[in-house]
Design a protein around this ligand. Structure first.
Ligand SMILES: Nc1ncnc2c1ncn2[C@@H]1O[C@H](COP(=O)(O)OP(=O)(O)O)[C@@H](O)[C@H]1O
Ligand SMILES: CC(=O)N[C@@H](CCC(=O)OP(=O)(O)O)C(=O)O
Length: 292
């Protein structure tokens, strides 16, 4: 009898939690949220499942989630196995013809399909594609010294609207086509920013392996202005892989995205914590701040 009472109490508490969650869950109803899932943020299978569950939950409560993934560490592993050396300049991989083939194989193949499978396993409906599909991202060469690294110059998000209408979650590998049919390697953050801008997304979440943008003392800055970003970059405090993230955040805000958050994707339920609690997470860069 006592055991039954305890069980009933648990169920009542669960029902109360669900009921209290309603106004929070309605917060992003109808919103478009682009999530950049960086290679360093992807953990083991349990962490991947937890990420996928959050994404499916977001969709169940009326968000249109779009996943744009990275996979830098997985590309590094494969290049090492093949004995190909790889260099980075300001967080972007110098990409020759042989490297771009490996980049496409790893991103569109293993990494993309792992995320698609994880979402489908949680009861969602995900479709994997790259920026080369349906004219999603047409690129120009970023800088001749980087080789086949592309900057998206034309983004056509119509295929994403078709997928939203079919309750399908797009999972996008950061590759683009050039005007002559060549393949370009796009930094994952840059790709996510371009897609968020084309969709005029309500939120762009850049999931990485640090709690946010840190100052010279190593403290996470919970909110950042463009001036602060420029200063920290000039001082070398924002460096390496953080440069494309902050550059992306500024460009996205400028392009009409309402808010960008750089946060730790390995933290449990990172996306839910950011969107659905007042706790928030990571470093927020907002349009309102740009106006000042
Ligand atoms: N000011 C900074 N604050 C936080 N991280 C920084 C900063 N400057 C450089 N970084 C580095 O940027 C890394 C995140 O970029 P990156 O490794 O490319 O991540 P991802 O693979 O998730 O895209 C962090 O792990 C950190 O080492
Ligand atoms: C041009 C460029 O640097 N492209 C990246 C694409 C993958 C990526 O961005 O992965 P993360 O998000 O995990 O870093 C690369 O080749 O590593």
């Amino acid at each position: 009898m006592k055991k039954q009472d305890a069980m009933n109490r648990d169920w009542i508490a669960t029902a109360r939690t669900l009921s209290h969650a309603l106004p929070l869950l309605q917060r992003y109803g109808g919103a478009t949220v682009v999530v950049k899932f960086g290679g360093h943020a992807m953990g083991d299978d349990d962490e991947m499942d937890s990420f996928a569950r959050d994404i499916v939950l977001m969709q169940q409560v009326g968000v249109n989630p779009v996943i744009v993934h990275g996979g830098g560490p997985m590309i590094n592993q494969m290049l090492e196995r093949l004995g190909v050396k790889s260099d980075f300049v300001d967080g972007k991989r110098v990409t020759d013809a042989a490297t771009v083939e490996v980049v496409e194989m790893v991103l569109s193949g293993r990494v993309n399909k792992r995320i698609v499978q994880a979402i489908n396993d949680q009861g969602g409906k995900a479709v994997g594609l790259s920026g080369k599909d349906a004219g999603l991202m047409v690129c120009e060469q970023t800088n001749p010294t980087l080789g086949f690294v592309g900057t998206p110059t034309q983004v056509d998000p119509s295929v994403l609207h078709t997928l939203f209408a079919a309750d399908t979650i797009p999972v996008i590998a950061p590759l683009g086509a050039g005007r002559k049919g060549e393949t370009y390697n796009i930094n994952g953050d840059t790709a996510a920013g371009a897609i968020a801008t084309a969709l005029k997304a309500d939120r762009l979440l850049l999931l990485t392996d640090v709690a946010g943008v840190k100052d010279a003392g190593g403290e996470v800055l919970t909110e950042l202005t463009p001036d602060q970003i420029r200063k920290l970059t000039d001082e070398g405090v924002i460096a390496g892989g953080m440069i494309p993230k902050t550059e992306t955040a500024l460009a996205a805000i400028d392009g009409g995205v309402r808010g960008v958050v750089i946060l730790d994707g390995r933290a449990p339920n990172a996306c839910l914590l950011e969107l659905y609690t007042d706790h928030g997470a990571g470093s927020l860069i907002r349009a309102e701040r740009l106006a000042t």
